[in-house]
Design a protein around this ligand. Sequence first.
Ligand SMILES: Nc1ncnc2c1ncn2[C@@H]1O[C@H](COP(=O)(O)OP(=O)(O)O)[C@@H](O)[C@H]1O
Ligand SMILES: [Mg+2]
Length: 255
Amino acid sequence: MLEVVNVTIGYGKPLIEGINIRLEKPLLLQIIGPNGAGKTTFLKTLSGLAKPLKGHVLVNNIDITANPEAAGRFMALLPQLTTNKQMSVLPISVWEFVEIGARLCYRKRGREVSKEELRNSVREALKYVELDPSTWSKNVWRLSGGQRQRTLIARVIACNAPILLLDEPLSSVDPEGKIDITHLFRELKKEKIVIATCHDPEMLIEQTDLMMLMGRGYYTIGKPSEIMKSDTLRRIYGESIMEFANHIHICDYHA
Ligand SMILES: Nc1ncnc2c1ncn2[C@@H]1O[C@H](COP(=O)(O)OP(=O)(O)O)[C@@H](O)[C@H]1O
Ligand SMILES: [Mg+2]
């Protein structure tokens, strides 16, 4: 169970104040909002990487804010990838990439893991995201956008954490890959609390159980149908909202 209690996020100055959320069951919570809204900051705060200015994050009644090391037991974070170019100098295979991630997770939990167990976690995760074994020895940075993003998701899945925090998991994925990944979300949210930020709110809408809209120091949370209303969206996106007969378009979901 994840509880966000009166949390104010920000760096020195508050970005958003008094956030309260309580998640008890596996689901997909999608966070939307314009650039600079605080989506990444919020995920970092949930994971214990950033300290809230006020309030507490609790997982199964354990205070992550007071005890950030405890977060690793419950959560795995996929950070926002800003430049693939910087990373691409590292020749690392799909298998190695997932294995290193899993090993770090187990180490953070202070748990020794046998080679066998590690190997099984990696294999299971790669199968879960449906990456063909023929890609497992390939350089991660030579894959298609969709395959690479699946590798990144496999890396967090291999951590076997009940809560996944995914920052822009659909960025730099070609349209075909995006559709595959949205299917993957349908499976993931059956067993985990998945919190994902997304520039394009429409992308994951069918899988989304709860939507959090943030920006301009404000947030609101509700069912997608409640959030995707032009007056609610306009409060955050202002004039970037365009309304058609039965469709709302947000003009500013560029990265
Ligand atoms: N480490 C940091 N120190 C100070 N300010 C930061 C830091 N990281 C992000 N910010 C600022 O906080 C605001 C929110 O950023 P971010 O959480 O990355 O937004 P989003 O993910 O919604 O685009 C931005 O104005 C950004 O410049
Ligand atoms: Mg961000």
